[in-house]
Design a protein around this ligand. Structure first.
Ligand SMILES: Cc1cc2nc3c(=O)[nH]c(=O)nc-3n(C[C@H](O)[C@H](O)[C@H](O)COP(=O)(O)O)c2cc1C
Length: 204
C-alpha cells in the first residue's frame, strides 16, 4: 500500500506517522507556571539532537483551543524545564497528565505526585522518576502551518537512580534497560515496554 501524503489531510498524516514511527520515547516535562505551581505534560515527538552542546528537542502542537501549550509558554518565560523518562508504574499518571487543564492548574498537585529538590537546578524533579534531565531553553523554532513549536533545550544536569546503573570496569556507566523499564509510545493509544533486548557489537 502506498500512502500519498499529498492527498491526505494533516490529521491523517499524523495518525499514519505515529503508527509507523515507533516506539518513541516519552518526555514527561515539568515547567513552572507564572503563579509558581508546576505543570507536567508528556510529549513523544521527542529526541536527542547533539552532544556539543547537549540538546534535546520536543515538538509541540497547539492547544485544542488554538493557543500555545502551557509547556511552551512556561519554558519561554522561565527558561527551564525538567524532562523525566516515565517508567512502567508511571504509565497511568503520565497519560492523565496530558489532559488539558485550566492555564495555571498543576497536574503535579492534581495527580498527587511527589517532588524532590533537584540539587543544583532551578526546578524540582518528580521524586519517583528514575531519570530526569534539568534543561535550559536553547532555541524555539516554529515550523509549518500549525504552527508546530520545536523546543530545543540544553541539558545542564541529569539525575539517574543508582539502582538502574552499573559502573563498568572501564569507569563507564551502563544503564540496565530492564531495570529502568521505560514506557514507549506506539500509535492508537498503545504503549510498549522492553521485553526482548539483544546485544550486537559495532563492526570495525
Ligand atoms: C504519550 C503522549 C505523547 C504526547 N506527545 C505529544 C507531542 O509530542 N506533542 C504535542 O504537542 N502533544 C503531545 N501530547 C499531548 C500533550 O501531552 C497535551 O496536549 C498536554 O495537555 C499538553 O500540556 P500543556 O498544555 O500543559 O503543555 C502527548 C500526549 C500523550 C499522552
Amino acid at each position: 500500500m502506498i500512502v500519498d501524503f499529498t492527498a491526505i489531510e494533516s490529521g491523517q498524516r499524523y495518525f499514519q506517522t505515529i503508527q509507523t514511527l515507533m516506539p518513541r520515547p516519552i518526555a514527561w516535562v515539568l515547567t513552572e507556571h507564572a503563579n509558581g505551581s508546576y505543570n507536567l505534560a508528556p510529549f513523544s515527538f521527542f529526541t536527542a539532537i547533539c552532544s556539543e552542546p547537549p540538546l534535546l528537542m520536543l515538538s509541540l502542537g497547539l492547544k485544542p483551543t488554538g493557543g500555545f501549550k502551557d509547556t511552551r509558554i512556561n519554558l519561554e518565560r522561565s527558561g527551564f524545564c525538567v524532562i523525566h523518562i516515565p517508567d512502567r508504574p508511571m504509565l497511568e499518571a503520565m497519560n492523565a497528565s496530558s489532559a488539558t487543564l485550566a492555564d495555571d492548574m498543576s497536574e503535579v498537585e492534581q495527580l498527587g505526585l511527589s517532588l524532590q529538590p533537584f540539587e543544583g537546578f532551578a526546578l524540582p524533579r518528580l521524586a519517583d522518576a528514575r531519570v530526569a534531565y534539568g534543561c535550559e531553553i536553547y532555541e524555539i523554532k516554529e515550523m509549518g502551518a500549525g504552527p508546530q513549536s520545536l523546543l530545543f533545550v540544553q541539558i545542564r544536569q541529569m539525575f539517574i537512580d543508582d539502582a538502574v546503573v552499573e559502573v563498568l570496569a572501564n569507569g563507564r556507566m551502563k544503564v540496565d534497560a530492564r531495570k529502568l523499564d521505560p514506557v514507549a509510545r506506539l500509535g492508537a493509544n498503545e504503549y510498549g515496554f522492553l521485553t526482548d533486548i539483544t546485544h550486537l557489537g559495532r563492526p570495525d
